[in-house]
Design a binder for this molecule. Structure first.
Ligand code: HEC
Length: 146
């Protein structure tokens, strides 16, 4: 029974080698769009809990996810990933320091949101949600087309 298994393994290897280009990395544009939509959903969900005076501690995991996402955000915009239906403006690459600063500001806002949510103070969490929203908008102004 070793023989058929060896055959399959060899065939799989050949497919891998021949189709190497086709087994590509996921498209960075769709990856980041999916992620950004998810961050939008996180922000809205946290805002809804804060505005209804709910237990904001339940939203800490969402805020943690936002911290991690914005820390790594620049990696989702590699050079040359401006096609494929992307709405990223050239400034993402031509003013990289500005783009990275905006991502760092968003990370700081997400950390503040996380800490406020963990405190359980719904009103303060609502304010932190609005501050987070400003950090999103500040980056979009220079780096995203409509
Ligand atoms: C450092 C810059 C930056 C920050 C911060 C940022 N964004 Fe964006 N966002 C972009 C860029 C650039 C695009 C366009 C991406 C593309 O089309 O390739 C975008 C696109 C989006 C989209 C559209 C995704 C789609 O499906 O086309 C949503 C939704 C979004 N951002 C939400 C947010 C939210 C919510 C925040 C804050 C919690 C945020 N963004 C923070 C730069 C940023």
């Amino acid at each position: 029974m070793a023989r058929p298994r060896l055959f399959l393994t060899t065939a799989a290897l050949a497919a891998l080698l021949l189709g190497g280009g086709a087994i590509a990395q996921p498209d960075p544009v769709s990856t980041r769009k999916d992620g950004l939509r998810r961050m939008q959903a996180n922000l809205e969900a946290i805002g809804a809990v804060a505005n209804s005076g709910g237990n904001t501690r339940d939203t800490v995991a969402r805020a943690d996810e936002m911290v991690a996402f914005f820390r790594d955000l620049p990696l989702l915009f590699p050079p040359g990933s401006d096609g494929n239906g992307s709405k990223a403006l050239p400034a993402v690459w031509s003013d990289r320091p500005g783009f990275e600063r905006a991502a760092a500001n968003a990370t700081t806002a997400a950390e503040a949101l996380r800490n406020t949510a963990a405190s359980g103070d719904a009103a303060a969490t609502g304010q932190a949600v609005r501050a987070m929203g400003s950090a999103c908008g500040a980056c979009h102004r220079n780096n995203r087309s409509r």
